[in-house]
Design a protein around this ligand. Structure first.
Ligand SMILES: Cc1cc2nc3c(=O)[nH]c(=O)nc-3n(C[C@H](O)[C@H](O)[C@H](O)COP(=O)(O)OP(=O)(O)OC[C@H]3O[C@@H](n4cnc5c(N)ncnc54)[C@H](O)[C@@H]3O)c2cc1C
Length: 248
């Protein structure tokens, strides 16, 4: 298919059943951190099934995808089942506007994700594009279970190395909180002030820009909570404080 390259799975990390990182050997065109590519596999009628996936790797590194297996989905269960050495089609050219170059100036950048919505933030953090632009960067990762906190060790190490510029705030919604992991949903933690208290930073229209990625329900609900605080959707023609990438 035009625009697609045949890639090989070069590394596979299984964080939990149905949650994997796939590293591919493929030479993609240069891309901006935060962009996505389509992955595709053949189907019985000779066609292809293709879906978009955020690149989690920094430009120049082997392309990496953080992937969840959606039960009954047309493509993701097949991608999750790929083993090292298996082949997959990957679009050569990444696309999308969920990138640092589309963000307006702000003091602080909040990178808020559910599940695999962490992927584009890994690319942004690994690429280093944020450190000159923002005084503080906060990564907020909400999942159901601790075992789904993919890349937790990497993010803890980066936050330690970059302290106090970078803070990492994981949340679990179906397990109890502890000293390092907040309990409950991201929207509730923002509404109650618990998240800001944990990271020691205010979410406010005079200093914050917020990126939201992943589950569309979280994006809608948190969008309402943020709008009540005067943080509105950022658009090319009407600058605001909230930039979103919905996964479905
Ligand atoms: C810009 C963009 C970037 C994306 N990046 C990623 C990524 O990095 N990693 C990733 O795992 N997915 C990502 N997705 C979602 C991905 O494109 C597919 O929708 C997903 O893998 C399901 O495909 P499927 O063919 O298995 O399911 P389909 O048969 O197409 O069923 C789609 C349904 O699956 C559910 N669903 C889709 N994505 C998810 C998800 N991530 N978690 C839970 N449920 C989901 C929704 O209910 C959706 O209606 C992205 C989507 C977009 C639009």
């Amino acid at each position: 298919m035009s625009g697609f390259l045949e890639a090989t799975v070069s590394r596979r990390v299984e964080w939990a059943p149905g949650l994997v990182t796939l590293e591919l050997s493929a030479n993609l065109d240069p891309f901006e951190p935060g962009q996505f590519v389509n992955l595709a596999l053949g189907v019985d009628d000779g066609g292809l099934v293709r879906r978009p996936y955020s690149l989690a790797s920094a430009p120049g590194a082997p392309p990496e995808i953080l992937l969840t297996c959606v039960d009954g989905g047309a493509l993701s269960p097949r991608l999750c089942a790929l083993a090292v050495g298996d082949r997959v089609l990957v679009e050569r050219r990444a696309q999308g506007f969920f990138t640092a170059s589309w963000l307006p100036p702000a003091k602080d950048l909040w990178l808020i994700a559910t599940g695999t919505g962490l992927g584009p933030y890994l690319s942004l953090l690994r690429s280093g594009v944020l450190w000159e632009r923002f005084e503080r960067v906060v990564v907020v990762h909400g999942v159901r279970w601790r075992s789904h906190l993919a890349h937790r060790a990497e993010l803890c190490a980066l936050a330690d190395a970059r302290a106090p510029q970078l803070a990492y705030a994981p949340l679990v919604s179906r397990e109890a909180s502890d000293a390092e992991v907040l309990g409950g949903r991201i929207t509730a933690a923002v509404a109650s002030g618990a998240l800001e208290e944990r990271v020691g930073l205010r979410l406010a229209s005079d200093r914050s820009h917020v990126m939201l990625c992943g589950n569309p329900a979280m994006i809608e609900e948190l969008g309402i909570v943020l709008a009540e605080r005067g943080l509105n959707r950022h658009r090319a023609r009407k600058p605001g404080h909230v930039t979103v990438e919905k996964y479905w």
